[in-house]
Write a protein that binds this ligand. Sequence first.
Ligand SMILES: Cc1cc2nc3c(=O)[nH]c(=O)nc-3n(C[C@H](O)[C@H](O)[C@H](O)COP(=O)(O)OP(=O)(O)OC[C@H]3O[C@@H](n4cnc5c(N)ncnc54)[C@H](O)[C@@H]3O)c2cc1C
Length: 432
Amino acid sequence: MEKIVYWFRRDLRVRDNWGLIRAASLGAVVGVFVWDSAVVGRSGRFARAFLVDSLVQLRDEMRRLGSDLVVVRDLAEFEGRQVVGSDEVGVFESTEAGQVGAELVRQDFLVDYDWRALPGIFTKFRKEVEPVGDVRVLDEPSLRGWVWNGERCSLDELMDEFCGVERRFSESASERMREFIWESRCLQNYKQTRNGFWGEGDSSCLSPYLAWGCLSPREVFVEIKKFEIEVVANASTYWLIFELLRRDYFHYLARQQGARMFLQEGIQGLALDWSGGNDLYEAWFEGRTGYPIVDACMRQLLATGWMSNRGRQITANFLTKVLNVDWRMGADWFERNLIDYDVASNWGNWQYQAGVGTDGREFRVFHPVKQAAEHDPESEFIRKWLPELAGISANEARMPGAHCDVVVDFDEAVGANRSKYLSQIRKVNSGF
Ligand SMILES: Cc1cc2nc3c(=O)[nH]c(=O)nc-3n(C[C@H](O)[C@H](O)[C@H](O)COP(=O)(O)OP(=O)(O)OC[C@H]3O[C@@H](n4cnc5c(N)ncnc54)[C@H](O)[C@@H]3O)c2cc1C
């Protein structure tokens, strides 16, 4: 019987894992995760701690199925072996897979789509693929294992390395999904709550599980459909599917655009003058811009590795449209700090916020005070992360300069940056 290595990457699950099923059809399988690899990349301590916990769970699952999971340091361990792996998006990820010469299985999507034909606007893509038809979730395969005779590193040692990191997501992927959809039934009101800043209770918090592939988007979809049949189908259940499609869109975009996902001029090829310096960048990532909602979100990220979608939109928009700092520095900071870092969703959303990505050329601005008033009306979230604002009114707590001096004047900065952006667009449109 052939000895097959199944190379786990961002697909840390045994259920609905098309690559693992393919490997099992070829022979006896041992699962291998490579620690010094592109998928781990520059991810920060929260993402790595989450990863180690997920690997421990995956090892138990692989053992239950009659095989094993080993963690190795580097790709050299694959030399001379027959390797099947998951096809991941990202330039480094693809290069690395090419070096290994693995057979790759693409499986990170909800809807199958020819990415070469992907439109530059999400809504067009969504309308093409909606309504999402039948989606099948594949069962876990039964496996025959073999004994790995190469080097390996100890998962226990890796766990020790991250034991001081606070675990925000300690439950398994299926527990998290059950909690959000069935136990709390938060799904039912998701459309109304999803813009909250807290996470649990507001939105699904499934992103770390989806980012590491502990859960496939198809599994989430099937569960939502079940909820629609057994409980209710409403705008909220639809909206969660909508967000899974947005994820698909960015994943296909990353496949289509390759290295352009990381270029300063973005996929639009817009050469903009990013004049904001390091002092502004540092004030942003340390949470001391003087704009309370921006600083609260940035401090939350630094302390927990998590930030809500609304928080990400506000802070990314602020860095680019107000501070005029090169958007790639922000994307890089998120990459090194987010627990749910995902190359396609991160760089795609950053390009969009910077005005160099998908969905056209517009100078959209999020006003930090209005955003805070709408989504944190009692300023509870602001005060949690800026405790120095305790004791003043909710309205005062969201005002610029409430906790420290502002680094720039909002109206002045936005006015100047908008003129620069629009004049560049005019130049590009007129062919100069
Ligand atoms: C600047 C910026 C950077 C981002 N970086 C990442 C990242 O590195 N990793 C990541 O997973 N998401 C990223 N997002 C998207 C989004 O903010 C998170 O997916 C979401 O906040 C995760 O919370 P949730 O699981 O509760 O989401 P929910 O609202 O419950 O949505 C369910 C799932 O849909 C997907 N999803 C939701 N919104 C988006 C979106 N805008 N783009 C792509 N997928 C989406 C996610 O997989 C999410 O888990 C980023 C957004 C912005 C604006």
